[in-house]
Design a protein around this ligand. Structure first.
Ligand code: TNX
Length: 543
């Protein structure tokens, strides 16, 4: 009888396994390992939340979430050590050997236990939250499970361009909330560009008085060069330093670092409109905050005036943002203004810069520019990130490269033992591009469906395992030339950032597009519906 019982149980287990239509329990990004067991935990108003410390960020987050989103007011109590039935235990005890950002998460019929330190505990809470149906109230039944989880990459980024179009503090927080829900941890805030400067700098008031406003904006698809028309409407906006501090704290409460970007030496026309003395030709009176898109030829002069301006700006920026990384741009810098400038040519001679096969003397001048800024940033204990053009003319000694023009820049940088963040447009990470071929709202063009971003692997096979260690992580970018509204931001990022989160978090072996898109995603789309988020229905769902 015993043997036949065992055979039956083995058969039953195999059968139950084969029947498991949702092996990741709906969680996005898919955890490293998840084992279900029989039984369930009933979460209700009677459940107690026990924490090492009741003001821990993850604890506060969960308590607030249950109250505000699941209609469950659970008691919050410091854990005195005695095991209590019907409790959620959040603890960092026993978490010392977990990988950075890692957590374990166990549900038994008596107790939910999440073990993790710092961000790890917070990520465990995010996984739990995904199991609690929103607006349930009264009781939620959670199946028993044992999850061990940790991120594949330390840098899991999402960029928002607030220069081309400006977004309110309230909306930026919403963007940050979405990042937190999917365990993304670096918000790259693109704060300056030709079309508008968006951060208050006390020492240079004209940046907010003049550079933050443009007289009008081109309408229609400018990149297609269809006839240009303008909306004849002034447009502007900026964040005060108090608002920035508030957002930094909000993000940090969610274990999200904010990487501020101050563009140099290009994408700086808006600054030159206010401070033409920083340009190569201060006698010109035509500098204005740009009203169209693309690349502009007026750039900073590599003069002492410019360097002291940028150092002053970065000093205030570093006071506001605790981020180890400060992004200094460096992309798309046409060098014709430098070629024409007598001052630049003299400087090139003085520095002994010469054309060679791989770079022009002006490229080398850009490298000099970025290196000088890097020295300053490093002197404050921070590091720079630059777009991959900073490789041209020689990489600054400690710079991290954001590889956007394909992976080539990232590969070259890793081979030079430099840190890299992969964000190649060619892999679907330019989420300002359309999500399908037809019936999409006006966009810069392209066709970057969910499948494409999902299948990206940020560690190029051509790098050795040692070189792959320089790939800190991966990021998607939302440029907003054609994205003037909050709804459209949501539509462009959802659900693509869910695919991004799995690229950044889940080991390659744990990824499965069908499980992601057909099994787990629908529950998240329902959550978007409930919370009134706009999103793109992926083509694969519903036919
Ligand atoms: C290139 S990506 C840019 C941006 C544009 C974007 C449009 C990068 C570093 N620069 O200035 O907004 O293309 O997709």
């Amino acid at each position: 009888i015993f043997i036949s019982l065992c055979v039956f149980m083995a058969f039953f287990a195999a059968f139950a396994d084969a029947q498991d239509t949702d092996p990741n329990m709906g969680i996005i990004p898919a955890p490293v390992s998840l084992k279900k067991s029989p039984g369930e935990f009933v979460l209700s108003q009677e459940t107690t939340l026990l924490a090492d410390s009741i003001d821990n960020k993850a604890v506060v987050f969960l308590h607030d979430y249950l109250k505000n989103n699941a209609n469950l007011k659970v008691k919050l109590q410091a854990n005195t050590g005695s095991v209590t039935a019907n409790s959620i235990v959040l603890t960092s005890k026993g978490a010392d050997n977990l990988p950075a950002g890692g957590y374990t998460f166990t549900i038994t019929p008596q107790q939910i236990t999440i073990t993790g330190k710092g961000a790890g505990l917070f990520y465990g809470v995010q996984s739990l939250i995904q199991l609690v149906p929103a607006d349930k109230g009264a009781v939620a039944k959670l199946p028993c499970v044992q999850i061990n989880d940790y991120p594949r990459f330390g840098y899991r980024g999402l960029m928002l361009d607030v220069s081309r179009h400006f977004f309110s503090v309230e909306f930026v927080k919403k963007y940050i909330d979405l990042m937190a829900a999917y365990k993304l941890n670096n918000f790259h805030w693109h704060l300056t560009d030709d079309q508008g400067w968006r951060i208050e700098i006390k020492k240079y008031p004209k940046l907010t008085q003049i550079s933050s406003r443009r007289a009008q904006t081109v309408i229609g698809n400018y990149h297609d060069r269809t006839p240009q028309q303008f909306d004849n409407t002034p447009y502007g906006g900026y964040y005060t330093q108090d608002q920035i501090r508030d957002v930094v704290k909000y993000a940090s409460d969610r274990y999200i670092n904010i990487v501020p970007e101050i563009e140099m030496p290009g994408h700086s026309e808006a600054v030159l409109a206010a401070y033409p003395e920083l340009s190569c030709d201060p006698s010109l009176t035509t500098y204005k905050v740009a009203e169209t898109w693309g690349v502009f030829h007026n750039i900073y002069s590599p003069s002492d005036k410019t360097f002291s301006f940028l150092q002053d700006v970065l000093t205030e920026v570093m006071d506001l943002f605790p981020s180890k990384f400060i992004h200094v741009g460096g992309d798309e810098v046409p060098k014709d203004a430098w070629k024409k400038s007598e001052f630049c040519q003299k400087l090139i001679k003085k520095l002994g810069l010469k054309d060679d096969k791989s770079s022009s003397k002006e490229d080398k001048l850009q490298s000099y520019f970025i290196q000088r800024m890097e020295k300053f940033v490093n002197s404050k204990g921070r590091s720079i990130i630059g777009w991959d053009e900073i490789l041209e003319g020689g990489l600054s000694p400690n710079a991290t490269v954001m590889s956007w023009r394909g992976e080539a820049g990232g590969i070259a940088a890793a081979k030079q033992n430099h840190n890299v963040i992969m964000t190649p447009g060619s892999a679907g990470l330019y989420i300002d591009h359309a999500q399908g071929k037809e019936n999409e709202p006006l966009s810069i063009g392209g066709n970057e469906p969910l499948t494409k971003i999902y299948s990206y692997n940020p560690t190029p096979a051509e790098l050795s395992p040692d070189q792959q260690k320089y790939i800190l992580g991966v990021q998607a970018n939302l440029w907003t030339e054609y994205i003037p509204t909050e709804n459209k931001v949501e539509y462009m990022i959802l659900p693509r950032i869910l695919a991004l989160s799995e690229v950044a978090w889940t080991p390659v072996a744990g990824k499965n597009y069908t499980d992601f898109a057909d099994v787990r995603l629908p529950g998240h789309l329902a959550w978007f519906d409930k919370n009134n988020f706009d999103y793109r229905v992926p083509a694969a769902i519903g036919g």
